[in-house]
Design a protein. Structure first.
Lengths: 303, 345
């Protein structure tokens, strides 16, 4: 008997014990678990523990179809070791290449740090909901980054930079434990020089080279003049940082739904299924990783 | 929907007809309980079963499966095709069919369809069977005691006959070719009404009916009750394995012994496993048993509902048996019942 329950492009005429292989272009296009080969085109050492990897998807058709928004992430594969999510650090306006800032923090990142230019990794994505870049246009933007939290925010900063005339006052507060742990310093010095951004750099523990601020990222808030009704806040950093920074932004009367935070979780599938990144009723991988504070407040267990 | 009536004696004919084109899996007796297993002889099937340890979800989301194979040196994927066996799940209860309908919301109808799941779902026919509740069943509380869709045939026992709901063309063809389906008579309809009423009246009335449970999950999110419940959890994850709606999984790579090739697998995982929400660098976002147990219950009784308008619990009662620490939705309902009584005083 011919069955009409055909699987994908394969006609299934089943008999006992018969197995139908799932093949064909349809499946290739549809399989979202399949990583695509990408070549490492540049590696920049940022700090003792962090490197910036520039990657290029090899297949032209896939590469040209790849579009991301700031705040989104990709899944990187090193076959035999596994797969891990990384937020994209480059602006969408930089086409054809993807930059990932990777901290050495475990077996996977250790292996990635050992790779050379020209090596191949697997890549799939982009996944998730990023920052509301289009809504942010014509507004002032206050960005607060702590530690590695600069990685996703840098995509947003660079994207704003590329379309700078479309934005109002843009303020960046970036804190790290020590001066040696500050990343993207060349870029920040350049921006400060051009007066595109008001940049506040702060460290917890200064050394003899440090002439900037010392203390929490909320410290510069006292001096900020914020037009609350016209400002978007964007925050990314270690979990402990969020409540302090949100409180500081709320004190400046920035609306609940104009304060955006990016959450870190272990997104394994990236597609709202495997459950590892779940908080309350939300999946960080599809509902986030960027949430506004109102949404975050309504997620049980988010902060 | 189309209804017809067949004799109970025709069931083996129907099963045999399915066997000509499909692998048939059905409840068979194993030890003191039942399990879904491949059957080659219709006589092995026991349709009068209470429940199975594992639900038919294993035929759509296997406990372990290969997503792709790879070559290590080139860091490239070598194959990512799935093998799908055309299959009939014969004798699924309404709760388990409703559970598969829940899985569909995530794996078939979500923003990213899961090709492995969808292939299996499309290649599988489901024949449902009516049942009577045991003391752990509470499907009626979540409106899961009837399957309204998601099956190909549903057999409602009406004495020595079955009233068959026919939902798909494939199943209709096989039913007509193998049996002698009759138009339902008034007598059949009365028998159907009696049978469903008998089921509805047979639920364990000691299980509290708290319809506002979702709201209460939010309202009592910080209650010490969760500490007490969490303290008991052994982290064994049997609850998730037994649960027909639990679908979380882990993804990991397995190297072949030579170390040059390997495969990427996924396997059932559970949010009650201690390392489930661990991230690189060592931070665990749900590092306490309280947090993990509460999260699981919250997703079942509130979170999934918020996104999909259905509970992620069908009241099948499997976790009541599988959890050796007595952590299950009935306990949660009991807490809310006590709490409500206490606060009302």
């Amino acid at each position: 008997m011919q069955s009409s329950c055909a699987v994908s492009t394969v006609r299934v005429a089943p008999s006992a014990g018969y197995t139908a292989p799932l093949t064909g272009r349809e499946m290739m296009l549809e399989n979202p678990y399949r990583p695509w080969p990408a070549r490492i085109t540049s590696i920049t050492e940022m700090t003792a523990a962090e490197k910036l990897f520039e990657m290029r998807i090899i297949d032209e058709r896939i590469r040209e179809a790849f579009h991301h928004s700031p705040g989104q992430f990709v899944e990187v594969s090193l076959f035999g070791i596994g797969e891990a999510p990384f937020s994209i650090s480059s602006s969408p306006s930089k086409q054809g290449f993807i930059e990932l800032c990777v901290r050495r923090a475990g077996a996977f990142t250790e292996a990635l740090h050992g790779m050379q230019c020209g090596d191949i990794v697997g890549l799939r994505g982009p996944f998730g909901r990023g920052f509301p870049f289009e809504d942010m246009r014509k507004h002032d933007v206050l960005l607060v980054a702590g530690g590695l939290g600069i990685a996703p925010l840098r995509a947003l900063i660079n994207n704003i930079h590329d379309e700078r005339s479309d934005f109002g006052k843009v303020t960046i507060i970036y804190g790290a434990k020590t001066p040696a742990e500050l990343m993207f310093r060349d870029q920040f010095e350049m921006w400060r020089h051009r007066n595109d951004f008001d940049l506040y750099l702060t460290v917890d523990v200064p050394d003899e080279t440090w002439s900037g601020e010392v203390g929490l990222v909320t410290q510069p808030f006292e001096r900020l003049e914020i037009d609350a009704r016209n400002t978007f806040g964007a925050i990314c950093g270690p979990p402990v940082m969020y409540s302090f920074v949100i409180e500081a932004m709320r004190k400046k009367h920035i609306s609940y739904d104009h304060i955006y935070v990016s959450f870190e979780r272990h997104m394994k599938c990236g597609m709202g299924k495997c459950g590892h990144c779940q908080i309350g009723h939300q999946y960080v991988c599809i509902d986030g990783p960027v949430f506004n504070y109102w949404e975050a407040k309504n997620i049980q267990g988010s902060m | 929907m189309l209804y017809r009536v067949i004799e109970a004696a025709e069931i083996p004919l129907l099963v045999r007809a399915f066997m000509e084109s499909y692998e048939v899996v059905a409840p068979v007796k194993r030890g003191r309980t039942h399990t879904f297993d491949v059957v080659e002889d219709p006589a092995r099937i026991d349709l009068d079963y209470e429940t199975t340890v594992i639900s038919p979800k294993k035929y759509f989301l296997p406990s372990k499966e290969t997503l792709l194979t790879f070559d290590v040196a080139g860091n490239e994927v070598t194959d990512y095709t799935a093998e799908v066996t055309p299959r009939v799940v014969f004798g699924a209860h309404a709760c388990d069919i409703n559970a598969i309908n829940r899985l569909d919301l995530v794996f078939k109808e979500g923003p990213y369809a899961d090709p492995y799941y969808v292939a299996r779902r499309n290649a599988t026919l489901i024949v449902g069977i009516s049942c009577m509740p045991n003391e752990n069943c509470f499907c009626h509380l979540w409106d899961s005691d009837e399957a309204r869709f998601g099956y190909d045939l549903f057999l409602q026992n009406i004495g020595d006959k079955y009233l068959v709901s026919i939902s798909s063309v494939e199943a209709a063809n096989i039913l007509e070719a193998s049996c002698n389906p009759q138009v339902a008579t008034d007598e059949d309809r009365i028998a159907f009404r009696k049978a469903t009423r008998r089921r509805q009246e047979s639920f364990n009335r000691d299980i509290p009916d708290i319809q506002e449970v979702a709201m209460l999950m939010d309202a009592f999110h910080k209650d010490p009750f969760w500490e007490e419940l969490g303290e008991r959890c052994l982290g064994c994850t049997a609850c998730s394995a037994a649960c027909p709606t639990c679908y979380c999984f882990d993804i990991y790579d397995v190297l072949d012994p030579g170390g040059k090739t390997g495969r990427r697998e996924r396997a059932w995982d559970s949010c009650t496993a201690p390392q489930f929400a661990l991230v690189a660098g060592g931070h665990n976002f749900r590092g306490s048993r309280r947090g993990r147990v509460r999260h699981r219950m919250y997703h079942k009784l509130n979170g999934f509902l918020a996104n999909h308008d259905h509970m992620l619990c069908v009241g099948c009662g499997r976790c009541v048996v599988s959890c050796k620490a007595r952590i299950n939705p009935i306990e949660v309902l009991g807490f809310f019942k006590e709490k409500g009584a206490h606060d009302a005083e």
